[in-house]
Design a protein around this ligand. Sequence first.
Ligand code: SF4
Length: 348
Amino acid sequence: MQYRTLGKTGVDVSALGFGCMRLPMKDDEVDFEQFSEMIKMFLDNGFNYFDTAHGYHNGLSETALRRCLTSRYPRESYLLTNKLSSTYFKTEEEIRPFFEKQLERCGVEYFDFYLMHAQSAQNFQKYVDCKAYETAFELKKEGKLRHVGISFHDTAEVLERIITTYPEIDFVQIQFNYVDYEDPNVQSRKCYEVCRKHGKPVLIMEPVKGGSLVNLPKEALALLPAGSPASYAIRYAAGFEGVFMVLSGMGNMEMMESNIRTMHPFVPLNEDELAATDKAREIIRQYNQIPCTKCRYCAEVCPKNVPIADLFAVYNEYALAPHAAGPQHFYLPLSDLSDIVKPQYLTE
Ligand code: SF4
């Protein structure tokens, strides 16, 4: 197993992290049996990093981790990350009670890592106004969390401002994959370079772009013959210097097995493979897909319960293969969930 030391913290983390945002579900509950098997396989293969947030599965991710991980395994056998999301506090006073609730829901006495969640120019101001960073640093001193980081969604300029304002943060989690590398909105490369400039270890989220780099157009697929498309995407992200962890949201045993094969042992992409991902990027971008990562934050605030991420996924499938039966098959049941208008091309 390849472990990487998280900067100055000295903590050894496995190069693959288990993102608990898209867990296996059975009816409206997490599929505990499958989740437990996945956790066992993950730990048995030497991986140790789990990532959750209160909003994942509307709180069910935290409690599923308590049931399937923290109540079953010794505390020192895994690393657990949770996050302070802006949805759950309006004032400084509300942060500590929320944090305590997260500890309780996860069934632990401390978090190894705690992130200021989804930082952007807009969000950051709220965190500054509510002294969220200061509160996290105090909790660190009290031993209730070990390390403070941020997860980030904005331009490199905003990231520079945040790191300069709070140089104490231990690491940064950015959206990074071979398609978004030069994307003018996501700015994967530029954000990565800001982290490197400030000596901040980088944690990668969305290496497979919310799963959208799994189903590639045929021309792109032909360029990547030596493994699954997901394995190329993960190896791409994990191969950059200063990247200590690639998170993957794993929703079933098959994804878990595939990711373990990719990362155990880890072999970075060689020059030819990197050139192939560059070419694949150009092909994928021609399809004008919506850059949705299925984080589902929008679902939490949509007053009409529009399943935005699922609809975008259907649209993206349609963009890649307009004559396939899949998009229509998946769209029609989704459209019944809300008042949205059915586009003509799917209802004719
Ligand atoms: S559209 Fe919604 S699910 Fe997709 S990336 Fe944006 S907030 Fe996340």
